[in-house]
Design a protein around this ligand. Structure first.
Ligand code: NAP
Length: 293
């Protein structure tokens, strides 16, 4: 399928590479042009403008946030002006529920398709096709891009016909992950200050009741106090909690824990930690307890 890909950051570069390796005709575009070089080496065509990358049947975007997506889609010479009628914009970025609904309406009006496809999994999962894909959109549009989804993810969940429902689900998932990171950080600080070895505690947890990837992966990072380099930057995690709270406010759903997480990410940002991995909030409890790193 003739495919375009905009946004070759930590996630997008691996996803675009998967599509190339699977033999799809892929054109890529990134604001900072140098990130397209490794993709050109594996057969991608590199576009100089958004109009060029949009000349396709399915256009993926994997951008930082609402502001980036707004510029790329609604800007002059952007996706909305350039995508052919009937082609589908597949938005993988973690963006707000509200902005996703706006994208949906704008594409519908322009005669273009729109599937919201936020993902679960970090850059290693993106590069190896092991993402979990959360699709929101019309069934026929999701089916049309299914061969591409099979290359990108180990499983696709089609959650609703309304694209923005997928964004709500994605934000709720990141809320759960961030809650696990924070609570693991607190539990590790407690037992360590009481004299228990961090690595032995990790082994105990993840070989018993907490034998799950989210505890294993983030537990290891916390036990090793290894939060750099970032696989998922804390500034983006902070953005996700902000978007979660926005959605919760719109739906009038109190989320008390989310307020605590917002403050934890703010604390990390205030200490200059925005570019660390988002799991670095799991190191704050140890610092609060005056433990050595
Ligand atoms: P990243 O490495 O920071 O990449 C961000 C991408 O957005 C880059 O291609 C960047 O272009 C582009 N961008 C930013 N502002 C832009 C603008 N104003 N105009 C045009 N392009 C712009 O981020 P990432 O980790 O790949 O994450 C991408 C999205 O996936 C985010 O929404 C994130 O929340 C979500 N996500 C991330 C992970 C993860 O583990 N990393 C997992 C699931 C979901 P430049 O290269 O020019 O800066």
């Amino acid at each position: 399928m003739k495919t375009g890909f905009i946004g070759l950051g930590r996630m997008g570069s691996g996803m675009a590479a998967r599509l190339c390796h699977a033999g799809h005709e892929v054109t890529v575009f990134n604001r900072s042009a140098e990130k397209a070089v490794p993709l050109a080496a594996i057969g991608a065509k590199v576009a100089k403008r958004i109009a060029e990358v949009s000349d396709c049947e399915a256009l993926f975007t994997m951008l930082a946030d609402d502001a980036a997506a707004e510029q790329v889609v609604f800007g002059k010479g952007g996706v909305l002006e350039s995508l052919p009628q009937g082609a589908i914009h597949v938005s993988c970025s973690t963006i707000s529920v509200e902005f996703s609904a706006r994208l949906s309406a704008a594409h519908r009006e322009a005669g273009q398709g729109y599937v919201s496809l936020p993902v679960f999994g970090r850059p290693d999962a993106a590069a190896s096709g092991r993402l979990y894909l959360v699709a929101g959109g019309k069934q026929d549009q999701v089916e049309k891009i299914r061969p591409l989804l099979e290359v990108l993810g180990q499983k696709t969940f089609h959650v609703a016909d309304s694209p923005e429902s997928a964004n709500l689900v994605k934000l709720s998932g990141n809320f759960l992950i961030a809650s696990v990171i924070e609570s693991l950080g607190e539990a590790f600080a407690l037992v360590e200050k009481g004299g228990v070895d961090r690595k032995m505690y990790l082994e105990l947890l993840t070989s018993s009741l907490f034998d799950l990837p989210v505890y294993k992966n983030y537990g290891r990072m916390i036990a090793e106090r290894q939060f750099d380099p970032a696989g998922f930057a804390a500034r983006l995690g902070r953005k996700d909690i902000r978007l979660l709270l926005g959605a919760a406010e719109d739906l009038k759903v109190p989320l008390p824990f989310a307020g605590i997480l917002r403050d934890r990410f703010l604390e990390l940002a205030a200490q200059g930690g925005d570019d660390r991995d988002w799991s670095a909030i799991g190191g704050l409890a140890a610092r609060d307890a005056a433990l050595d790193s």
